[in-house]
Design a protein around this ligand. Structure first.
Ligand SMILES: [Zn+2]
Length: 267
């Protein structure tokens, strides 16, 4: 059994379907995927299917997210896992000029470079947080939107963000809601072989819930200011009936597919 990626304690089996499984830490209760995982999923196919195919709907969704939750993306902003830059494009439209995008995918960085050249000349593009050494306390906003579930090194990522965030800065996290009820629903779908898809275990390595995310972030020095349930924008899932059906199951099982967390450094 893999040790817990948050606290290194022993973990216990939590869920399994065929070659995929998840474990839960006996100490901090963090739930994480084990076993088969798609390598290099975050390239052209992934971004084109999930983001660029619904580009306008995605941009509108971010605008609505900002309006509804009163988000204030203050500069300098660091976007961790910036993808193809749709979030930064929306922030740019609101007047934000100074930003750093960290994106491990070469495809994503190429799209970000297009955004920089078209309308955001001061956008800095990096492949990893490790390239920002020496910038402690620099960023007034750090955004991690649908990214934290995917990172290889959860502990290192959160420690780096805590270092980089300004004392008066804000951290904004958006993540899928993978509460224990979703794992129960996944067990019901196991005979169909669809539990894995419901939990996205081939790409999502960490599973957060409204009950667990604030405690996890507190471990790394963040104080919760706002936590809200989110319903995903349907256009993201249109055109794929199986994804739409799984989205309905998730909403029935846990009430909302995603959550938005906003916090500040705790000291
Ligand atoms: Zn743990």
């Amino acid at each position: 059994m893999t040790p817990c990626p948050v606290c290194k304690s022993d973990a216990l089996p939590f869920w399994r379907e065929r070659e995929c499984s998840a474990a839960r830490c006996a100490e901090c209760e963090h739930v994480f995927s084990e076993g088969a995982r798609d390598a290099a999923v975050y390239e052209a196919d992934y971004f084109e299917r999930w983001y660029l195919a619904h580009r306008d709907a995605r941009l509108a969704y971010f605008v609505e997210l900002i309006d509804r939750h009163g988000l204030e993306p203050r500069a300098p902003l660091l976007d961790v896992g910036a993808g193809v830059g749709l979030w930064l494009e929306v922030c740019r439209g609101l007047g934000l000029a100074e930003a750093t995008a960290v994106e491990p995918s070469e495809y994503g960085r190429a799209r970000l470079a297009e955004l920089r050249d078209a309308s955001m000349p001061s956008l800095e593009i990096r492949a990893a947080l490790g390239e920002l050494e020496g910038r402690a306390g620099r960023y007034r906003t750090v955004t991690v939107l649908d990214v934290l579930s995917h990172v290889d090194d959860l502990r290192g990522t959160l420690e780096a963000i805590r270092r980089l965030l300004a004392p008066d800065g804000q951290l904004i996290v958006k993540a899928p809601n993978h509460a224990p009820a979703l794992f129960r629903a996944a067990r019901w779908l196991a005979p169909l072989g669809r539990g894995r898809a419901l939990l996205c275990v081939r790409s999502q390595q960490h599973h957060f819930a409204p009950d667990s995310l604030p405690g996890l972030l507190a471990r790394f020095g963040f104080r919760t200011r706002h936590l809200a349930a989110l319903h995903e924008a349907p256009p993201r899932l249109l055109g794929d009936p199986r994804s739409w059906a799984l989205n309905r199951v998730a909403r029935l099982a846990v009430g909302s597919e995603s959550m938005l967390w906003i916090g500040t450094p705790d000291g």
